[in-house]
Design a protein around this ligand. Sequence first.
Ligand SMILES: [Zn+2]
Length: 86
Amino acid sequence: MNKIPNESLEFNQCQQAVQRLNDFLSNELQQEEEILVQNHLKDCQGCLEKFNFEITLLRTLREKIGQVQAPDGLRQRILGLLHKTN
Ligand SMILES: [Zn+2]
């Protein structure tokens, strides 16, 4: 296993990418920020998997929410959360 050069820098970039995950998912990032995140995802398998997981989860939730019988309050809360990502 190779030692990762600039490990702290790498870690810092990952942290920044993950911090932007929610905004990325809800399309609230500035264009430059979105480019930064996408560039990082090209280089970083770990973050790419994390982002893909979240994106898949959101998509699945959105597809399922119409079919699921949830208590009204919970359903409204979820729909409210999902609405931000449309
Ligand atoms: Zn990363």
